[in-house]
Ligand binder design. Structure first.
Ligand code: HAM
Length: 414
């Protein structure tokens, strides 16, 4: 049998209701913030990610699905959504519209990763991007949207971590200081960290290897080297979050794995399994880097599979596709009557079913039970003759008489 590719997943009908619930919540929340939906192509020219996400990042160096198309152009399946949205912003002249442009997307992403729990090769991200806004209050609003989404799904066992990684000016100075700190001990760091030393020393702070984490404990903090503007920006973000009562911790070791970040960066971590449910930050230089005008932006993306794995269904009122009514039938005439009734009920958006598999009456009852039908009506010769039937509330077995007209049936469904 041919199996699905490693790191991918089928989303089956019996879990789809959770996805739909998530999308409904997102739409509601985004509408209240006037955040509009965007979709960008699954693939882009590879150069967009090389320049946007950064040549030295793991994503670009190791994780992209890249191939030449039949015209010899290098194409990459998007590993993340921000670069594509930034390209679209430039290409569609969104900069001339009144800012900020507030966008959201729910799209599949592709990364050639080491597959493990919560880490897939095809996964879905909900991304929210605010383009053309440099005020700290945009950072506050973005973090507020992020926490609101998790709150609305009753995902509370999480921790909001924030940091500022400064601008290219203050970062340059900090990187030199950091390099002289690492230099003394470089041979004791893991191989990946040693490779990062020249090109991307800040990423060493992000290493998950125990021995590197230990060595990093005494590393200088970026927060001590922020320039005046970056320091003030970060102070305003913190006080804005305090105003809104959003609890956070400052983690000066967050550096993020993508090169486009500036100033505020943040991650929301699940306490249960330790992974980032969502992450993001400012990217004030990205649009210019890929050919647009200087445009300050901020955003985040959440792993939808990770979010859904944390939803406690007991806590939420997620409607499943449970039928209101099942009509069991004996004989052809009864079936014809049932067909007409379900078709009229469906026109009124009532979820209902009748047998279409030629099952015996006993098997029809069993099926009604399995699909958790709320009510069941049985139609046979006697019911046709008397134009009335019994309607049974499946959870209690309680029965009532009902006329075999759509109006009568509707009046009994509650
Ligand atoms: P990221 O940190 O690479 O950032 O990914 C954001 C989130 O996507 C992660 O926190 C995680 O929940 C989820 N995620 C990432 N990789 C995987 C994977 N292999 N399997 C399952 N879930 C995954 C970005 O992608 C940035 N574009 C976020 C952003 C938007 N920054 C500014 N705007």
């Amino acid at each position: 049998m041919i199996q699905l590719p490693k790191g991918t997943k089928d989303i089956l009908p019996d879990e789809m209701y959770k996805w739909k619930y998530f999308y409904r919540k997102i739409e509601e929340i985004c509408r209240s913030y006037r955040i509009e939906e965007i979709k960008t192509p699954v693939f882009e020219y590879t150069e967009l990610f090389q320049r946007g996400v950064g040549e030295t990042t793991d994503v670009v160096q190791k994780e992209m699905y890249t191939f030449d198309d039949k015209g010899g152009r290098s194409i990459t399946l998007r590993p993340e959504g921000t670069a594509g949205v930034a390209r679209s912003y430039i290409e569609n002249g969104m900069g001339s519209k009144p800012g900020p442009i507030k966008l959201y997307y729910a799209m599949q992403m592709y990364r050639y990763e080491n597959v493990q729990k919560g880490r897939y090769r095809e996964f879905n991200q909900l991304g929210i991007e605010y383009l053309n806004t440099q005020a700290p209050s945009a950072d506050v609003e973005i973090i507020n949207v992020a926490t609101k989404i998790l709150d609305s799904l009753k995902i509370t066992d999480v921790i909001v971590e924030i940091n500022s990684i400064g601008c290219p000016v203050c970062r340059k100075k900090y990187q030199e200081i950091l390099k002289s700190f690492f230099k003394n001990n470089l041979e004791n760091y893991c191989e990946t960290c040693q490779n990062r030393f020249e090109k991307n020393p800040m990423r060493i702070l992000d290493c998950k290897e125990e021995k590197c984490k230990k060595l990093n404990e005494t590393a200088p903090s970026i927060l001590d080297y922020l320039c005046e503007e970056c320091r003030e920006h970060f102070e305003k973000v913190k006080s804005g979050l305090n105003e809104l009562n959003i609890k956070y911790v400052i983690n000066p070791k967050i550096v993020r794995g993508l090169d486009y970040y500036t100033k505020t960066v943040f991650e929301i971590i699940s306490k249960k399994d330790g992974f980032a449910v969502l992450a993001g930050g400012r990217y004030d230089g990205l649009i210019e880097e890929i050919g647009g005008a200087k445009t300050a932006c901020i955003g985040f993306a959440a792993g939808i599979e990770r979010i859904l794995s944390l939803i406690d269904e007991e806590n939420l009122n997620i409607e499943e596709n449970i039928p209101e009514l099942y009509i069991a039938t004996i004989g052809e005439e009864a079936e014809n009557i049932a067909t007409k009734i379900v078709s009229s009920l469906r026109e009124k958006n009532i979820i209902c079913e009748k047998d279409i598999s030629g099952r015996s009456l006993k098997a029809q009852f069993k099926y009604a039970d399995k699909i958790k039908a709320k009510y069941c009506i049985t139609i046979g010769e006697e019911e046709i003759r008397n134009k009335v039937a019994k309607i049974k509330l499946m959870s209690t077995g309680e029965e009532e008489t009902v006329g075999l007209s759509v109006e009568d049936i509707i009046s009994k469904l509650s």
